[in-house]
Design a binder for this molecule. Sequence first.
Ligand code: HEC
Ligand code: HEC
Length: 286
Amino acid sequence: MHNQLRFIIAAAALLAANAALAQDAKVGSLVGDVHQGQQVYRRYCIGCHGARGDGLGDNAPWVDPKPRDFTSATFKCRSTPTGTLPTDEDLFNTIGRGLHATAMPSWGALTKQQRINLVAYIKSFSPRFKEEKAGDPIPIPAESPATAESVHRGAELFQKMNCWSCHGKQGHGNGPSSVGLTDSKGFPITPYDFTSTSQFKCGEGSHDLYRAFMTGLDGTPMPSFADSLEPSAAWDLVHYVQTFGTSKGRVKPVPAGTIRASAPENRPSPADSKDKAKAGGGSEQQ
Ligand code: HEC
Ligand code: HEC
């Protein structure tokens, strides 16, 4: 009798767990429908991502970087730790935002319902979404103030953590290790020029950058630094990386070569930093 009851409870628990995993896609009160998603996909996405979701659509040969192959369920823009599946919300946000500096446009013109339907359909290309749960989103502690000191510390970390070896001393994406980099599918990939834009693939806000360091961009050489960066150090790096951008960086650029201690006299003043940056231009070694 007891055993029977235990069996029934176990069976019910299993059913509930399966139902949760098989659930198509959910963000807030929006629930995605795979079949509806397929219709939208056929209209807007198939040309690049292909009928089988393998990234081999008719336009793929002309597109660089290549359209994502959904069958491997490897995604760049996630709130979840490296190696884990993205959340439904991550995919939903990516579709709305697009990936800056690539052929992947923003699909913000589609309705939210259409976008959540697309999330459900995209997930159906990989069995991983049935077998695994999404990772737990990494915690993002409150942002520290974007002071000149924080930028200086970030600049030092950029050296110490070897970010420059790929991204270049001045953020042009041309460091010594940037040569011959490939993604997980063997296609060439470059760390793009931070100075040409203030936008990034996975969002341009401070939180998006923090997330990029801590989760890594899976399938690319951009690793996760979750094990080696304290949150305060990661914020310093965010503030430094933001100085490269064209328009939205909140802190003025720190001229290369002037980064010593964070002594007050070394703080760049908004007035002189531009000239110094010009004078220091061209001193990039790689
Ligand atoms: C013109 C080509 C093109 C079309 C059309 C297109 N995509 Fe993409 N998509 C891309 C490319 C290229 C990438 C990869 C960009 C990269 O790796 O930096 C991509 C990447 C993605 C990613 C992965 C993002 C990540 O975090 O790794 C998703 C999800 C996605 N597309 C969804 C869609 C959906 C949904 C549609 C249709 C509404 C669509 N795409 C239409 C070119 C396209
Ligand atoms: C082994 C080479 C390598 C190292 C080391 C490296 N990166 Fe990257 N990083 C890349 C590549 C390649 C990309 C581009 C990925 C893409 O476009 O899909 C990238 C992308 C980025 C982006 C853009 C994220 C986005 O949303 O588009 C930021 C910001 C970044 N890296 C910061 C850093 C920082 C800070 C460090 C050091 C703590 C670092 N990287 C170390 C190779 C590297």
